[in-house]
Design a protein around this ligand. Sequence first.
Ligand SMILES: *Cc1c(COP(=O)(O)O)cnc(C)c1O
Length: 404
Amino acid sequence: MSDTSKLANARTGTRLVGAGRRKEWTGPVVNPPVWRASTHLYENTASLAEGPRRNEDGRFFYGRRGAPTQWALSDALTQLEPGATGTVLYPSGVAAIAGVLLTVVKPGDVLLISDNAYDPSRAMGKGLLSDFGIEPRFFDPLDLAAYESAFCERTKAVLLEAPGSLSMEMCDMPAMARIAREKGAISVLDNTWAGPLGFAALEHGIDITLMALTKHVGGHSDLMMGSASAGPDLYPRLRQRAQQLGTVVSPDDAALALRGLRTLQLRLEQETESALRIARWLSNREDVAQVLCPMLPGAPGHDLWKRDFTGGCGLFSFVFRGGNAAARNRFVDALQLFGIGFSWGGYESLALPIDPSTYRTCMAWPPRPGEADNRYGVRLSIGLEDTDDLIADIEQALCAWRAE
Ligand SMILES: *Cc1c(COP(=O)(O)O)cnc(C)c1O
């Protein structure tokens, strides 16, 4: 697969196999080797002088601009993102959020942040960005009219996330991106949940789409990385800001991310199927008040997910009917096959007690108004274990939930 333009019309599986594998980077082997490099040596002083002048992707200069291993990964991610001109890699998902936001807002600007965004994104608005004179304002992404009226003259960007972190609400992203554009603001989406296979963000009007590669792309819980992709207007700005911030990822991690990428579709399909079966099973339990899984017919946000998305993943949440925090924690502690941890998207299943009410400012929790007792939630990241084993594990843990 030396000519990556052959991939232009290929279907997803084929693109995942070929993406980023340019002959000039792979040489005679299948994968681009791990180029560990800080110094790049020049032939002579004339080529040395040329180095800084030609600041282009895929061109040696100095280690901070990467080498073929990192170039192959960003090239692959660009090929998987319809409408993208290029992709910047960051040392973590949070670093990607910071790198993107520091590109699109400056002192005096207002940044709108979805109230159900990943908590470190909110914290970044209130901490780092506030310190730099940028004003974060939170909005309820389920209320389009409130969102529209939240814009002011100084609003220069919006940060969206769907489904929302922990509570999985879907919002009308094409409409929100359109409103942002009409107001002269840049729309940024944290698309970690669906990734480019599940939601073609730029094609739905989003200006910059970012992901924690730590999650699905890495897929094996052994690397931290983030990425952001954009079209011809914004990609050069992202790239320039990343260079100014000294943003670089290790070639070893880039090689691991490339390895993860090859099996991304297989893992996502398997995890989605398994998560759906588990979500359906949970929705029929007495002890469960609500399953928060937009892929599940009848669940909140399913219609928008069905309209806009082409795939899902293994991450969803549910809330118990009644109970209390201690009972919920007994459930999580009783699980044998689920690890307890903050991450997700790995091959192994994880569980996390959730309480979005501790940090949100405009969205209500519990998820169903008038059901104040049904507030104790758990987020599950479904991995590649056998689904029946996972269901049996959840079933036995529900006994611990019921035990006094
Ligand atoms: C995990 C996560 C991130 C941050 O990624 P890290 O690599 O852990 O910094 C960003 N957004 C979402 C939605 C996440 O779940």
